[in-house]
Write a protein that binds this ligand. Structure first.
Ligand code: PAF
Length: 284
């Protein structure tokens, strides 16, 4: 496994692999890898086969954090990440420095202007501009045939899919399922911030989705989104440690909000536990 720091070297290596006829699978991460990331790496390997090359990027991208967000305390552990990647048979880990990715006079951003206005975009106005900018850069540097994104960040994956289409990147996006702890909490590096009480209350995200899903599936006809939202917000607020940010019901392809919710609709929510903000989503 190669550890690559320099963007130029990364791009040279990826182009070399392409010239040799290797298929390249790419998994972008911000490090602090957990089972969820490892499942994305395995999915990339499956897509490119044993002769293909799997690249994982480990980079905590500053432009996707708001001024009052957790950039400084975001967990970093490159040594452990490298060991995990090696064990998974990754071919290259790309771990660039901030100054190589964003030189002081850096002035080009990539923005998606529709899907990124909703949900996470409303609560974190500059977040998706940072994501599309870094992902476009990483695509250029790693030259992948396929890129694997987790369904846990569903809106992010849909925005990247739109960027791939609209900017004509010759890349297939694979959406890989959310990996959960035994009690249903979606795996996330931010779960590390939770104290024991908050961790216990964090199961409310998945409980809320499951409760709404059961209701929608039993109803036999679409239900008003407003009533479902009210019920979901009440359930979340019944935990003293939890404070809901949003609960949304939307079309899984367009992300357009739905007035009435039936099976096949998508639900997403964001909840604060103390300072920590967690998200989850699922198809109902
Ligand atoms: O999902 C993430 O970890 C990040 O948003 C990504 C895609 C690695 C871009 O920094």
């Amino acid at each position: 496994m190669q550890t690559v720091r320099s963007p130029k070297r990364m791009q040279r290596l990826a182009l070399q692999w392409r010239e040799q006829g290797r298929r390249i699978g790419f998994v972008p991460t911000m490090g602090c890898l957990h089972e969820g990331h490892l499942s994305l790496i395995r999915r990339a390997r499956k897509a490119v086969g044993p002769e293909g090359r799997v690249i994982v990027s480990v980079y905590v991208n500053p432009t996707q954090f708001g001024p009052r967000e957790d950039l400084d305390k975001y967990p970093r552990n490159l040594r452990r990440d490298l060991a995990l990647c090696r064990k998974e048979g990754v071919d290259a880990v790309f771990a660039p420095s901030d100054k190589d990715i964003y030189p002081p006079d850096y002035s080009v951003y990539v923005t998606e202007e529709k899907l990124s206005q909703k949900m996470e975009g409303r609560s974190r106005p500059t977040h998706f501009r940072g994501v599309t900018t870094i992902v476009a850069k990483l695509f250029n540097l790693t030259q992948p045939h396929v890129a694997v994104f987790g369904a846990k960040d569903y809106q992010q994956a849909m925005i990247v899919r739109r960027m791939i289409r609209d900017l004509h990147f010759p890349i297939r996006l694979i959406l890989a399922p959310t990996i959960r702890e035994p009690d249903g909490l979606a795996m996330s590096s931010r779960n590390n911030y939770l104290d024991p009480k908050q961790r216990a209350a964090a199961t409310v995200l998945w409980e809320t989705i499951r409760r709404v899903r059961r209701k929608v599936r039993q109803a036999g006809k679409p239900l008003p989104a407003e009533a479902l939202r009210r019920e979901a917000l009440e359930l979340i607020s019944s935990r003293p440690e939890a404070r809901p940010d949003y609960v949304e019901f939307f079309d899984p392809n367009t992300l357009e909000p739905l007035q009435r919710v039936g099976p096949g609709a998508h639900m997403a929510l964001a909840v604060f536990l103390g300072e920590t903000r967690l998200i989850d989503n699922a198809r109902l």
